[in-house]
Ligand binder design. Sequence first.
Ligand SMILES: C=C(O[C@@H]1C=C(C(=O)O)C=C[C@H]1O)C(=O)O
Length: 273
Amino acid sequence: MDSALDLPSPNEALSLPHIRAQLIRLEDTVLFHLIERAQFPLNSTIYQPGAIPIDDGTADLGLSFMDWVLRSQEQLQAKIRRYQSPDEYSFFPDAIIDVQLVLPALKYPEVLYANDVCVTTDLKSRYVESILPNVCKVNAGGKERAEAQENYGSAATADVNCLQSLSRRIHFGKFVAESKFQQETDRFVKLIKAEDRQGIDDAITNSAVEKQVLERLKKKAEMYGADPNLVGTGVRKIEGEAVVAMYRDHVIPLTKEVEVEYLMQRLRGTEWE
Ligand SMILES: C=C(O[C@@H]1C=C(C(=O)O)C=C[C@H]1O)C(=O)O
């Protein structure tokens, strides 16, 4: 459960090539979790608050079944210090405030500056409302497959893996932003002081890298989504277009939002404030 950063030195943690290599590795993690999820129907019941009542004292929280599985997993994983890692952000932070660690706390290098940027709520809404319906269309010729109650637990478990890997990828934007700030400090100090979010967004945007990301993902989805035993059947494990749309419309925009909002808080408590 410990960080994917495996405790590199501060210099290594802020090397843009090192960070981009981690983002590329996370593409594989996200893809394989999505392929696992795509084997089940959408099962929209598990995303409806209260549709599957669970009698454990959480009924008044308005959770869906998937929310409940995710929140329960986070409470367990908090005990083994998942959320001490600077690249892990909880979807239910209120549920892990008083959790007692069962492992000794780890000392991570202080690389990022204090900030409260977290986009997990927006990510979960986008995942349920846009990403998942598109990903689950696979194997049904673009139509929604009938619900399968026997897969409710497996689908929710796969959702937790998808959401947690997507969250790590998106919040890595903080390391990207800090790296870029250290490379062009004066430029960003001026933009931050002017509260010029569009200017900051323009400054952190690298369209060539974004293009490479989408092209690589399409190839990976076609490679990983293909199955030699299914050639010619029209059945795929995942559609390349669904993965490209997810990154183009959600993952990259949220990563850049994290970069911009992290930088907007970057001068707090510093000589530039
Ligand atoms: C992550 C970076 O920052 C931005 C976000 C990107 C992304 O989410 O893939 C790619 C390029 C940049 O526009 C980067 O520069 O590598």
